[in-house]
Design a protein around this ligand. Structure first.
Ligand code: 13P
Length: 244
């Protein structure tokens, strides 16, 4: 199980220090992996603050080249150098607000893999696609065009766009069906089983329900990961689920 905390463009230096101070008091389980994705400028700070804990740090994005004239971009090489274990790629906010295409995301994923970083590649349908029963097809296209064919480790996060930041989540059958679909489509060319995280309005109230879906391998949490108490409550729920 992996708990990925996508802080997006939130939490400043002092808030990160307070969060880490509290987080460090937690008893961590060997069976749950945790990775926090702060704004890139704070990756180094967070990595140092969490130095003696099993909590990983990760990047929220990376470029596909290692260096060059790409003002404002960050390379996978630099993320690795700063201690990142994972990078989130193809988040719907980046696809929508920064026009990232499937092929662009694929190239960035390849660069992450080449630099020993595990990409968490995000896919997920809009409300209209869900309503028009096009969700499975839409996500299939995203997978076939944005996931590199590789033997190296990668994860997919299923984040329905209509669920992000809205408090609404798909029902258990819908999550199960989509996760099964994602695993099948990925298997068709990777020839192995991959881990699929669920993301979209995961919180302390619905985490138990999300985990009870048999094929959820972890969660990608946004808003609820910003408050350390909520984040740790989610962590506890995952530990309990594993031990049950
Ligand atoms: P919320 O948990 O705030 O809905 O965000 C989900 C997300 O986008 C994580 O990447």
């Amino acid at each position: 199980m992996l708990i990925a905390a996508n802080w997006k463009m939130n939490l400043n230096k002092n808030e990160i220090k307070l969060f880490s101070k509290f987080l460090k008091k937690n008893n961590f389980s060997n069976h749950v992996k945790t990775c926090i994705f702060p704004q890139s400028i704070y990756i180094d700070l967070l990595a140092k603050l969490l130095n003696n804990t099993p909590v990983y740090v990760g990047g929220q994005n990376c470029h596909h080249d290692i260096s060059g004239p790409f003002t404002g971009e960050i390379s996978a090489f630099s993320l690795k150098e700063m201690g990142c274990e994972y990078v989130i790629l193809g988040h719907s906010e980046r696809r929508q607000l920064f026009n990232e295409s499937n092929s662009y995301i694929k190239k960035c994923s390849e660069s992450a893999i080449n630099n020993s970083i595990i990409p968490i590649i995000c896919v997920g349908e809009s409300y209209d696609d869900r309503k028009n029963k096009n969700a499975l097809n839409f996500v299939k296209e995203q997978i076939l065009n944005s996931i590199p064919s590789t033997e190296k480790n990668l994860c997919i996060a299923y984040e329905p766009i209509w669920s992000i930041g809205t408090g609404e989540i798909p029902d258990k059958d819908e999550i199960f069906e989509m996760h099964e679909h994602i695993k099948e489509v990925a298997y068709s060319f990777l020839k192995r089983n991959i881990k699929v995280l669920y993301g979209g309005s995961v919180n302390i109230h619905n985490i138990k329900e999300v985990l009870s879906v048999g094929n959820v391998d972890g969660v990608l949490v946004g808003g609820a990961s910003l408050k350390v108490k909520d984040f740790l409550a989610i962590y506890e729920a995952v530990v309990k689920h594993i031990n049950s």
